[in-house]
Design a protein around this ligand. Structure first.
Ligand code: UT7
Length: 330
């Protein structure tokens, strides 16, 4: 008897048209294309225009994922939207997507786990499918980070971008060949002060004068985050591979969270992987937090770098800290 596995059945993406290049940023803050390229690998990012909302791109991504998976909106039992920048606090972005795509049989909620949010969402979807095998789950990673960016702060504004990616998850029709095999979810809240957006929460509602104005934007102690991120990404990758009886050479494609090309390169070298086995698109989108992994998975497939049956490793790390890894057969 074949075991029950959940698999990604289809993917979609949606990013704003507006491109902000490093040269554009040179005109806004004291930075340079050279610094940004060397230190991060980013060349440009997508930014919402005034009047646009990230939900419309989440809906675009969701519709494309449903079409690709050949799943109707009515078949969805759950919609999980990983985001730290929802359009509103109430209602959640997930219920706006639910309405936007006409998923009348689905529960819907937002998930806040920063850059690891999409892996968290896939892990929940997998468990849901195992308890209700005939249903389907829509997992979205969508961020409007530009709306929480301090454009005077060069240590953060050069890094972030907007975008949305979506996956439809359902029962694998070929569990021996495709589906989610294993995952790790983790967190270490003792590091919370290294990456924050404190203003606007229930402690400091907008615009509480006790809090400095720059706390209403994302702040990061980049160097400290970098050190933990490199160590943790490697640990996550090695542990999940070992636990499943694989070594790095077995991986067909590593799809890491796109926070910094140097972090990705460090991981690639530590695992001894050739460049073609690690997917990178940070150059085009910057760090899009929860949207980064679905955008990467989507583009990897479109570029022919993901084939049926491939062994894929996802690894993410972000503010909180939160972290996660997932091993799957495409
Ligand atoms: O997605 C979730 C998790 N996030 C991450 O994993 C990000 C982790 N951190 C990083 O990616 C890197 O730490 C950054 C890209 C944020 C920064 O790179 P870095 O090599 O760690 O630079 P740094 O913060 O050590 O700064 C080096 C220098 C400083 O100048 P001094 O003190 O050496 O004179 C900064 O003031 O670079 C300066 N600097 C800049 N210069 C030009 C900082 N930001 C900029 C900038 N343009 N945008």
């Amino acid at each position: 008897m074949q075991s029950l596995k959940a698999a990604i059945l289809g993917m979609g993406m949606g990013v704003p048209q507006k491109v902000l290049t490093n040269f554009d940023l040179e005109k806004i803050v004291d930075t340079s294309d050279e610094w940004i390229t060397e230190r991060t690998g980013i060349k440009e990012r997508r930014i919402l225009e005034d009047g646009e909302n990230i939900t419309e791109y989440a809906i675009k991504a969701a519709k494309e994922a449903l079409t690709s998976a050949k799943v109707s909106p009515e078949e969805l039992g759950l919609i999980i939207c990983a985001t730290v920048t929802p359009q509103y606090i109430i209602p959640s972005m997930a219920v706006m997507v639910q309405d936007g795509i006409g998923a009348k049989n689905a529960g819907a909620f937002d998930l806040s786990a920063t850059c690891s949010g999409f892996i968290y969402g896939l892990a929940l979807a997998e468990s849901f499918i195992k308890s209700k095998p005939e249903t389907k789950v829509l997992v979205i990673g969508a961020e409007a980070l530009s709306r929480k960016t301090n454009w005077q702060d060069r240590t953060i504004c050069v890094l972030l971008g907007d975008g949305a990616g979506a996956a439809v998850v359902g029962k694998s029709t070929e569990p021996e060949k495709s589906g989610i095999m294993d995952f790790t979810l983790g967190a270490d809240g003792s590091y919370w002060e290294l990456l924050t957006l404190r203003g606007g929460g229930s402690c400091y509602p907008p615009f509480d004068e006790r809090l400095p104005k720059d706390e209403y934007y994302i702040k990061m102690k980049g160097r400290e985050v970098f050190k933990v991120a490199t160590r943790m990404m490697e640990k996550l990758a090695v542990e999940i591979l070992e636990r499943n009886g694989f070594g790095p050479k077995d991986i067909d494609l590593l799809v890491p969270h796109q926070a910094n090309l140097r972090i990705i390169e460090y991981l690639r070298e530590r695992l001894g992987l050739p460049k073609e086995k690690v997917f990178v698109n940070i150059n085009k989108y910057g760090n899009t937090s929860a949207a980064s992994i679905p955008l990467a998975l989507y583009e990897a497939e479109k570029e022919g770098k993901l084939k049926k049956g491939d062994l894929v490793l996802l690894v993410a790390f972000g503010g909180g800290f939160t972290y996660g890894s997932m091993l799957l057969r495409w």
